[in-house]
Design a binder for this molecule. Structure first.
Ligand code: SAM
Length: 279
């Protein structure tokens, strides 16, 4: 029994390329865990070796998760068990969520060791709005499936984040352009590694550039800016309101033009009253 770390499930984020990004706390927990559940024990063995840590490991991945989960939970009930994946934060396009849910249901301590995550890292270098974002993981590999998912996401007023592979990138950008329009895009590649690169530009330009070149190597996050808001001049708003007032009441016209332009409904109502000489 380890007396410095209580029993439970410890979700440990690991580097996405640069081993120096392991946190001090993550290293301490890996050192003091009695078992490390790893997506690929060979990958995690390299990290543990780098940190000079020797600890028993077992594998926990998409193909054995249902079978090994009960055993893992039983162990986490009486010893500290760390969950890691090959890179980044477990559960984020990686295994772990069913394990965390089951651990909560069993009344266990579940704690997190936050750290690197490619989606968040990409957001920090993309130069796109970060106030609202939606992480959508990997898009389907073929155009038909990809188009269906992009259609679902089209009206969301937020920056979108996808994980993608080099060979699919050009087709994916072409579909993004076709479905979402010519939005601003950032391609964040090989983050924290030697060949880290961020390419930015309108979807159409990037799609065209990539269609004519060999697929980029390495790991990629695609960050797609929110829908471009159309801006309306005061004259354009007044023209729309006048047109609407030809067939609608003041209230209806204000409501319609507010929806069309994103304007304030009460202000448009007052403007509509003045346009009809009733203000
Ligand atoms: N759980 C991980 C995380 O927190 O980022 C993600 C796991 S997912 C299976 C792997 C994908 O993350 C890669 O295919 C790539 O799209 C993205 N990724 C991981 N490391 C990256 C890096 N260093 N640079 C860019 N993208 C990366």
């Amino acid at each position: 029994m380890n007396d410095s770390l209580p029993p439970g499930l410890y979700i440990v984020a690991t580097p996405i390329g640069n081993l120096g990004d392991i946190t001090i706390r993550a290293a301490e927990v890996l050192r003091n865990a009695e078992l490390v559940a790893a997506e690929d024990t060979r990958v995690t063995a390299k990290l543990l070796q780098h940190l000079g840590i020797r600890v028993p490991m077992m594998s926990y991945h998409d193909h054995n998760a249902d079978r090994v989960r009960p055993d893992l939970l039983e162990k986490a009930g009486r010893m500290p068990v760390a969950l890691v994946t090959d890179a980044g934060t477990p559960l984020i396009s990686d295994p772990g969520y069913k394990l965390v849910r089951a651990a909560h249901e069993a009344g266990m301590r579940v704690t997190t060791l936050p750290g690197p995550c490619a989606a968040v890292a990409a957001m920090t270098v993309a130069g796109l709005p970060t106030d609202r974002f939606l992480f959508a993981g990997f898009l389907p590999p073929k155009t038909a499936g990809r188009t269906r998912v992009l259609e679902e996401l089209k009206s969301i007023r937020a920056t979108l984040i996808f994980y993608e592979t080099g060979p699919r990138l050009a087709d994916c950008l072409a579909d993004i352009h076709a479905v979402l329009g010519n939005r601003e895009v950032a391609i964040a590649r090989e983050l924290t590694k030697l060949h880290e690169e961020v390419r930015r530009g309108p979807a159409a330009d990037l799609a065209e550039a990539l269609a004519d070149s060999t697929p980029p190597k390495g790991e990629i996050v695609l960050v797609v800016g929110p829908p471009v808001e159309e801006t309306f001049s005061p004259e354009a708003i007044e023209d729309r309101l006048k047109a609407a007032l030809e067939t609608m009441t003041v209230k209806e016209a204000a409501k319609l033009v507010a929806a069309e332009t994103g304007g304030n409904r009460q202000e448009l109502y007052r403007l509509a009253l003045s346009l009809t000489g009733r203000a």
